[in-house]
Design a protein around this ligand. Structure first.
Ligand SMILES: Nc1ncnc2c1ncn2[C@@H]1O[C@H](COP(=O)(O)OP(=O)(O)OP(=O)(O)O)[C@@H](O)[C@H]1O
Ligand SMILES: CC(C)(CO)[C@@H](O)C(=O)NCCC(=O)O
Ligand SMILES: [K+]
Length: 279
């Protein structure tokens, strides 16, 4: 078995993948913390022969995790942001400083779709761009839905946006504090994503397919009108591409990869942008 770990600021996601069949056997998430309790937190390590890790938590969390795993698992692979990998050239002045989850998403997106806009809706919302040809332009970081809400301190932090809500309802003016906050932050997130996408496609003169991942991807997806696909395993896809272990992975297949969304034409994107400027 392969254990894939995506250690975020809030949640640490894991999944177990069968080395022979490439099937996902189980998955889960626990709060990110410095000490793991194998068995309770993560699955039985006796069946695991390889671990692949993407971590944006504090260095101590990764160090602790790796030292624990090295005693129990034959192969431990840790992803790092580099200057160039798999045809993608990192847009950061200091490539190592790009969050490795963003780098994994960009690599997975490029492997799947060629040029792309990779959006991760987690603790932070990140929007990264890779051009056809592999130039990563860099990206945008804004607070995620939960962080935006917590920063307001209006006593609404415990009332989350219902992930089943319809976008239309979430975009209406709120009539209670909790509704005003939830609808406000939702509007902030989806309009930022829509605008960022249009601006960058306009600047670069290319219509790019958009891919969405992260804990809030589903609810954000309903408010994003740009054609896009939700890919919950996008960060894992980057790990598969960097450290291919199964037959399918060696053939370039990433688990759960969606069909590549067909972007609308550049003319339409530009017309939408011009229209929104007039209002
Ligand atoms: N069970 C849950 N616990 C916490 N957050 C959840 C949960 N389910 C969904 N979410 C939503 O997911 C978001 C967290 O995103 P994600 O699951 O991608 O993890 P993350 O650790 O925050 O990622 P990162 O730190 O890498 O951005 C939160 O903003 C929250 O609204
Ligand atoms: C932005 C987050 C927190 C998103 O998970 C992560 O990618 C990170 O810690 N990045 C480092 C800063 C940067 O990417 O520029
Ligand atoms: K994440």
């Amino acid at each position: 078995m392969i254990l894939d770990l995506d250690i975020g600021n809030t949640l640490s996601k894991w999944r177990l993948k069968d080395t022979q069949s490439s099937e996902i056997r189980s998955r889960g998430a626990v709060w990110t913390r410095e000490e793991w309790r194998p068995g309770a937190d993560i699955p039985d390590l006796d069946v695991v022969e390889s671990v692949r890790i993407s971590s944006v938590a504090r260095a101590a969390v990764l160090d602790e995790t790796v030292s624990l795993l090295r005693h129990r698992v034959p192969h431990v692979y840790v992803a790092r942001s580099t200057r160039e990998t798999l045809g993608v050239v990192n847009g950061y002045d200091e490539p190592g400083r790009l969050g490795v989850d963003r780098w994994m998403g960009a690599l997975a997106g490029y492997q799947l779709a060629g040029g792309c806009c990779a959006v991760d809706c987690g603790s932070a919302i990140t929007v990264d761009f890779v051009l056809p040809g592999g130039n990563h332009l860099g990206g945008y970081i804004i607070p995620g839905l939960r962080l935006m809400k917590e920063s307001l301190k209006l006593g609404t932090r415990n009332v989350a946006i219902d992930p089943e809500s319809e976008a239309e309802a979430l975009l209406e003016p709120g009539r209670r504090t909790v509704e005003a906050v939830n609808h406000g932050i939702y509007m902030a997130a989806v309009s930022a994503i829509n605008r960022i996408y249009s601006e960058v496609c306009d600047q670069q003169a290319v219509a790019l397919p958009m891919l969405l991942t992260g804990g809030d991807a589903r609810v954000v997806s309903r408010g994003v009108h740009v054609p896009h696909a939700v890919w919950p395993d996008m960060v894992y896809g980057g790990l598969e591409a960097c450290f291919p272990l199964t037959l399918a992975e060696r053939a370039g297949k990433m688990s759960g990869a969606p069909r590549v969304p067909e972007p609308v034409s550049l003319e339409k994107i530009r017309a939408g942008l011009a229209f929104s400027m007039l209002l």
